[in-house]
Design a protein around this ligand. Structure first.
Ligand SMILES: NC(=O)c1ccc[n+]([C@@H]2O[C@H](COP(=O)([O-])OP(=O)(O)OC[C@H]3O[C@@H](n4cnc5c(N)ncnc54)[C@H](O)[C@@H]3O)[C@@H](O)[C@H]2O)c1
Length: 348
């Protein structure tokens, strides 16, 4: 067993302590520093008897040769600055979602990490849940057939953020999941987004985002801070089966339905006959696959440690973070133009 990787966490607000807990639980890592502009907060998180040092200065962290890797859990607007300084100091990175506050900043991070041969992982936490891992396995393994649509709903009475709208707050989850589960060759090509701010918060609190995917499939995400009920569902419709993920139903989080609509091939039919082609409904079994119970952040830490020690890209690397930023930026543009369709880069 090699030496544990020396790690520092920057940002001890709401999410940072979750990283701290999982790094401390990992036998592969040793937490050396917790840094926050508010040093008191950092001290309170590690507690009075901890050997983990706390500081309000990033220089203390970056100047420590025993720190090999840095996890950034500061607000998104500060990710690029903190992460670039860490890359300049030769540290591997785990950056919270969204990777940065613009795709230009995200691209700078990706380039800097690649030039230096350092791991840049984006904490797309949901991709490491047993449910999403299983969904990816099923989609990539062809269990669902060709993907026809992905429909996700992420709504609840949410904290109205001061710096970002509901798209930038919640949709990174749906977009990172989509990026992770879509089979090779199926990518978003264009986005259109509509939103509303019915309470006068100064930013969209409800938004609907529609993506056209290669091959004629479609993906939709509904994100909402104003819903009195909490819903977290994603439906992945395929030509063979349809999968329903209800994240709030632990007894039956995933179900796979052998139910759907089949259309007999219209290839050899004339235009007239196309209207008469046969439609048949399948009504087969529904199965609920068993899922492991494991905290996603524990798997995030394992993947980060493996990527660092094997010198390879993480499963949700900087480029995955960048693809999400590209869509968010295009969606914001679409929002300004009342849902106009904005084409996406497909070269990331
Ligand atoms: N992966 C997930 O599921 C998930 C969930 C929640 C939040 N997040 C992400 O985590 C990040 C932090 O969110 P949060 O809700 O914890 O924010 P927060 O405001 O609660 O905490 C941020 C902390 O960072 C500190 N900070 C700010 N700038 C700093 C700097 N330059 N150096 C050191 N410390 C600095 C602040 O003092 C604060 O304590 C965001 O990017 C957010 O999107 C991810």
């Amino acid at each position: 067993m090699s030496e544990p990787i020396g790690v520092a966490v920057v940002g001890a607000g709401y999410w940072g302590p979750n990283l701290v807990r999982n790094i401390q639980a990992s036998p592969r890592m040793r937490l050396r520093w917790l840094c926050d502009l508010d040093a008191e907060r950092a001290r309170a998180v590690v507690g009075p008897y901890s050997t983990v040092r706390t500081t309000s200065s990033l220089d203390d962290v970056l100047g420590d040769a025993d720190v090999t890797a840095v996890a950034v859990a500061t607000p998104a607007a500060t990710h690029a600055e903190v992460a670039l300084r860490a890359l300049d100091a030769g540290k591997h990175l785990l950056v919270e979602k969204p990777l940065a506050s613009s795709s230009a900043e995200g691209a700078k991070l990706v380039d800097a990490a690649e030039e230096r041969g350092l791991v840049l992982m984006c904490d797309h936490t949901y991709c490491y849940t047993p449910a999403v891992t299983k969904i990816r396995e099923l989609v990539h393994g062809g269990e669902l057939g060709d993907i026809h649509y992905v429909d996700s709903v992420r709504i609840n009475l949410g904290l109205i953020q001061r710096d970002v709208d509901v798209l930038w707050d919640l949709a990174p989850h749906d977009l990172s999941i989509l990026d992770f589960i879509l089979p090779p060759g199926v990518v978003p090509q264009a986005v259109s987004a509509q939103g509303a701010d019915p309470i006068g918060a100064g930013r969209a609190c409800v938004a609907y985002l529609t993506l056209s995917l290669t091959g004629g499939a479609i993906a939709h995400a509904h994100v909402n801070w104003l819903s009195p009920t909490k819903v977290r569902t994603t439906i992945v419709g395929g030509s063979r089966r349809t999968l329903v993920w209800d994240d709030l139903n632990p007894a039956q989080r995933l179900t796979i339905h052998d139910r759907g609509v089949d259309l007999s091939s219209a290839e050899n039919l004339g235009d007239e006959a196309r209207y008469d082609r046969m439609i048949s409904y399948r009504s087969g079994d529904m199965v609920a696959p068993a899922l492991l119970e494991r905290e996603a952040l524990a798997s995030v830490m394992t993947e980060w440690a493996d990527a660092i020690s094997e010198g390879r890209a993480a499963r949700t690397d900087g480029r995955a973070g960048l693809r999400v930023l590209d869509i968010l930026e295009a969606a914001s543009r679409s929002l300004e133009y009342y849902g106009a369709t904005v084409p996406l880069r497909v070269d990331r």
